[in-house]
Design a protein around this ligand. Structure first.
Ligand SMILES: [Zn+2]
Length: 301
């Protein structure tokens, strides 16, 4: 009996604490908080796709991932990006950024520029012979979507405190590097309040050095590391200048490229940086309310 009473007490305590949690959640939902900028590094396997919502609700999509890797399977655009955007209630994307025309970045965007209202496309306009890039450009042209060739020094002001700065590619374009398509990737620094996010596309060390030499501000709290954590990006110098607290590596499970390299993960570790990997942790979520920044992952760490 005594034990039973105790059991009852326990039940009540559990119910009470559950109730309290519900009330707290409701208060959180109902209390209009400070405007929030949200960035989500989606889990698109081997490739990149990042969705950003500005504090006033304007939207940006950086890259659209590539093929799922299995023959006969639908593209990442159809399988992951579109359903995600629909679930978020997104019909219009104000800015679509194609960092560079490789398949693992452009392929999923072909459907997005066909199926959504798009305000603007930002592209480094590096000539590339792939069918996917051709289809992307053709759709942008057919739908008369405003198209801007990216150049270092451009800024996109969202009118609500969020400002995106184009740090790369320079004019003239980088040439004679290990991979000129990667090195002319759009590198975007997004600032809000005193916080900043840096999205490095597939930029390699040549681009990192060129950005540092240009004197552009690179410091950021969060970095989407360049080229899926490949050893040809994310140099010691770059990390010392950016000084991120958190990074995301967008990478496919058991990918054929050996990404991310142990060299880069070791370097990140030696700087005491918290590393999220989409292959291990799923989508990575970043929230900024101008003073604070929170980073979390779908599958925790
Ligand atoms: Zn890539």
């Amino acid at each position: 009996m005594h034990i039973r009473n105790l059991e009852h007490k326990k039940e009540w305590l559990v119910l009470l604490s559950l109730g309290l949690i519900c009330v707290l959640i409701w208060l959180r939902v109902l209390t209009p908080g400070a405007p929030v900028l949200e960035a989500v590094v989606l889990d698109v396997g081997q490739g990149d796709s990042i969705f950003i919502r500005s504090p006033s609700g304007r939207t940006m999509l950086i890259d659209g991932g590539g093929y799922s890797g299995r023959q006969g399977e639908e593209s990442i655009g159809l399988k992951i990006i579109e359903p995600y955007l629909r679930r978020q209630g997104v019909n219009r994307i104000d800015v679509v950024v194609l960092t560079h025309p490789h398949d693992d970045h452009v392929q999923g965007l072909v459907r997005v520029v066909r199926d959504f209202q798009i305000g603007l496309v930002l592209d480094p306009a590096i000539p590339h012979p792939s069918n996917e890039y051709h289809d992307f450009l053709e759709t942008v042209m057919k739908r008369r979507i405003p198209y801007v060739r990216a150049v270092r020094g451009q800024t996109l002001d969202f009118g609500d405190g969020m400002i995106a700065h184009v740090l790369n590619p320079p004019e003239p374009r980088l040439s004679g590097s290990e991979d000129d398509v990667n090195n002319n990737s759009i590198v975007l620094r997004i600032a809000y309040g005193n916080k900043a996010l840096l999205f490095a596309g597939d930029a390699e060390v040549t681009a990192e050095d060129d950005i540092l030499a240009s004197g552009e501000v690179v410091r950021a709290d969060f970095l989407k590391v360049g080229h899926h954590g490949s050893r040809d990006a994310t140099s010691e110098l770059w990390l010392r200048a950016v000084r991120p607290r958190w990074v995301a590596i967008s990478v496919g499970r058991n990918n054929l490229f050996g990404h991310p390299s142990e060299e880069v993960t070791g370097r990140l570790k030696s700087h005491g940086i918290k590393v999220y990997r989409t292959d291990m942790h799923g989508a990575v979520n970043v929230k900024i309310n101008s003073r604070t920044i929170e980073v979390s992952a779908c599958r925790g760490t």
